[in-house]
Each structure stands twice: as structure tokens, then as C-alpha cells.
Design a binder for this molecule. Structure first.
Ligand SMILES: *Cc1c(COP(=O)(O)O)cnc(C)c1O
Length: 367
């Protein structure tokens, strides 16, 4: 039997009756955009994260892009300003910067956690630096207290890319309430996944929240009057209804993911494989369980023969992408080494003990 990398059908099947009831409620309401479900989800998710405001948008990339755009409208950023971002992130974190004609400054991560390292971040700050996008990669919260201290010292804005880290916490502060604003994705495969595209921004800044909301609605606060040259980026009622159901089970799913991770960490033993390093148990919500190996490609083929599906997050670093070939980029040796050695093992709240054992046996037998 194959252990699937991610079984979305199994995840959503657990809540099928509630999801169907919630969808039916929206269908029968006759109201599909900007209604009661979005409003309720925004309140519930803000409360979950411990932030004052939540603004639903169409997807995670828009959540990132519109936050930077709003800071530009507020005069806090201007074209050409430098934004520090980890070099090993998913492409969306960087697209949000370039889309706003800001300059991404790619910084090598901490090798143990894959997240921004406060020291390397400090070394990249100059007088043009105006913001930091910190990515809680694979589900582990970045070193937020240290990064916020650094940001305060240099008066920098901090945007959390929390697309992989719903519910991760550090000193009782959750992802979404650690920076000046946070962007979430509810892409179906994320830990809190809709049944289509969806995203949100959380923040304690009322002014920022208002501008993001207006920007996502054609730049219009009052119908047919436009304050900004905005876009159309809204969270649908039906997706908000799906998310409200799934938010109620998020903590239970995180706990299951942590149990799976504990089991892997306790039982995988192979000198060819490097296990992930965690800061504190609650700081990692295990969106992905990523191991490293110098024989990554051989490991992946061997695991496939053993019926274990794996994926690579991510095969090509952003600075080697065709889309960014015109941007001058320095050598980023650690990032390149990470991209050549990472492999994501099956991870999810539905994994059975037999499936976990199959993964562990296969990984341990690799030579
Ligand atoms: C998924 C993801 C995004 C983008 O989210 P979408 O909803 O797919 O636009 C951004 N950043 C990170 C780190 C992600 O994993």
C-alpha cells in the first residue's frame, strides 16, 4: 500500500457533513460575496491568532502583496525600498515584493530551522532597508522576539508570511500576531485549507486593516467611489463557511501533526538522513516534515519503490528561477545546498500508525 504524501480527501472527509451543511446554508442564503460568513470568519480567525483585525482576501499571495501595497499607500514604503526576505522561501514571498516595485534582498536562512537568522538579517540591513518578510517555513515560527527587537532598533516593518504556520506559537503568541502584519494562505493543502483559493491578513493596525480592505475591493470604500487604484481580491462566502468549520478542528489537527512528528523524530535513525530541528514543541505545526540528505534523489527513488510518496519543497531556489534571471544575484551557497538536499516525508493528521511505520522502516533501510 502506498502512503500518500498528502491525502486531502481523507482530511476533508472527516468533516463532510458539517461542510455540506455550511455550503448548503450559503447556497440557500442567496448572498455570496462579502456577507455574514466572511465577517464571522474574520472575527473568529483574528481571535484565534490573537490579533485585532483580520481581512479576508482571495489567496495568500494577495495577502502578502496587498499588505506591502497598503504600506506604500500609507507612505511607509516607497518604490525601490529594500525588503529582506529569506532566500530559501516559496516564490510568493518574493513576488509580493517585486509586484510592488520594492527590492527583495535575499538573505541566507539559519541552517537548522530554515528560517531567517537574526544575525544574518542584521548584517543585511542598510539605510535603504525598510521592511522584513519573515517566512515561518514548513510550519515553524521564526525567531520573532529577536527579529522584532532588530526591527524596532532599525524602524523596520515586519510582515510574517504565515502561509504554512497557522497556530504555531512562541511564548503564547501565535503566528499572525508577532509582527506588524501577517499574511495567511488557505490554499487547500495548507494546515487550515479551504476548498479552493483563499487568504487573509491579520494585524493590530486599524489603519492598515482599513486600507487593505479597500484595496481588495477596487480601492473603493463607498460603492462607485475609488480612493485607490485597487484590485479585486476578496474571500468568498462559501470558502469562509468552509474555513469556519475547519478552524474548529485546527488545534486537534495540529496536535495530531505534532504526534506524527514526534514519532518520526523518535524512530528515524539513519546516518544518511538529517532530521528537522525544532525550537519549542509548540513553535512548529508541521505543515511539512522536511529531512535533508546528500543522497536526496536516491532517497526519493528508494522511498517511491517502498510505496512512500515524497515531495521536494522546493526544487529550484527563487534566485535561479527564469522569472528572476535579470535580477543580479550573488551566490547563495547555503540556500542552494538546502534546495539540493531537502525532502518532505508524508505528513498529515490522518496518518495511521501503520503508515508511519512504513515510512520509518523505508527511511531507516535506505543506504
Ligand atoms: C502557499 C504559500 C503562499 C501563497 O499562498 P497562495 O494562497 O497559494 O497564494 C505564500 N507563501 C508561502 C510560504 C506559501 O507556502
Amino acid at each position: 500500500m502506498t502512503v500518500p504524501f498528502l491525502d486531502l480527501k481523507a482530511i476533508n472527509a472527516q468533516y463532510r457533513d458539517e461542510l455540506v451543511a455550511a455550503a448548503t446554508h450559503v447556497i440557500d442564503s442567496g448572498w455570496y460575496i462579502q456577507g455574514a460568513e466572511v465577517k464571522a470568519f474574520e472575527e473568529e480567525f483574528a481571535e484565534y491568532c490573537g490579533s485585532k483585525y483580520c481581512i479576508g482576501v482571495a489567496n495568500g499571495l494577495d495577502a502578502l502583496t496587498l499588505t506591502l501595497r497598503a504600506w506604500k499607500e500609507m507612505g511607509k514604503l516607497k518604490e525601490g525600498d529594500e525588503v529582506i526576505v529569506p532566500a530559501n522561501t516559496y516564490i510568493a514571498s518574493i513576488l509580493a515584493i517585486t509586484e510592488n516595485r520594492l527590492k527583495p534582498v535575499l538573505v541566507e536562512p539559519d541552517e537548522a530551522t530554515f528560517n531567517l537568522c537574526p544575525d544574518k538579517t542584521a548584517a543585511a540591513i542598510n539605510s535603504n532597508t525598510k521592511a522584513i518578510i519573515t517566512v515561518h517555513l514548513y510550519g515553524q515560527l521564526s525567531a520573532m522576539p529577536e527579529l522584532m527587537q532588530l526591527a524596532d532598533k532599525h524602524e523596520l516593518l515586519v510582515l510574517e508570511d504565515a502561509a504554512q504556520a497557522h497556530g504555531a506559537s512562541i511564548n503564547d503568541r501565535k503566528a499572525g500576531s508577532c509582527g506588524h502584519a501577517a499574511a495567511f494562505s488557505f490554499y487547500p493543502g495548507k494546515n487550515l485549507g479551504a476548498l479552493g483559493d483563499a487568504g487573509a491578513v491579520t494585524t493590530d493596525d486599524e489603519g492598515l486593516a482599513n486600507i487593505i480592505r479597500v484595496l481588495g475591493c477596487y480601492g473603493s470604500q463607498k460603492k462607485y467611489e475609488n480612493l485607490y487604484q485597487g484590485v479585486n481580491s476578496r474571500l468568498d462566502e462559501i470558502q469562509a463557511a468552509m474555513l469556519r468549520v475547519k478552524l474548529r478542528y485546527l488545534d486537534a489537527e495540529i496536535q495530531r501533526r505534532q504526534e506524527v512528528a514526534d514519532y518520526y523524530l523518535d524512530n528515524i535513525q539513519n546516518s544518511l538522513i538529517k532530521l528537522p530541528v525544532i525550537n519549542k514543541r509548540e513553535s512548529h505545526v508541521w505543515h511539512l516534515f522536511v529531512v535533508r540528505s546528500n543522497k536526496r534523489d536516491a532517497l526519493q527513488s528508494y522511498l517511491a519503490e517502498c510505496g512512500v510518496e515524497t515531495l521536494i519543497h522546493y526544487p529550484i531556489p527563487p534566485h535561479h528561477q527564469e522569472a528572476f534571471k535579470k535580477c543580479a544575484s550573488k551566490a547563495l551557497c547555503l540556500t542552494e545546498a538546502i534546495h539540493q538536499s531537502v525532502l518532505s516525508l508524508p505528513m498529515g493528521p490522518y496518518l495511521t500508525i501503520d503508515q508511519m511505520k512504513q515510512v520509518i522502516t523505508a527511511v531507516n533501510n535506505f543506504q
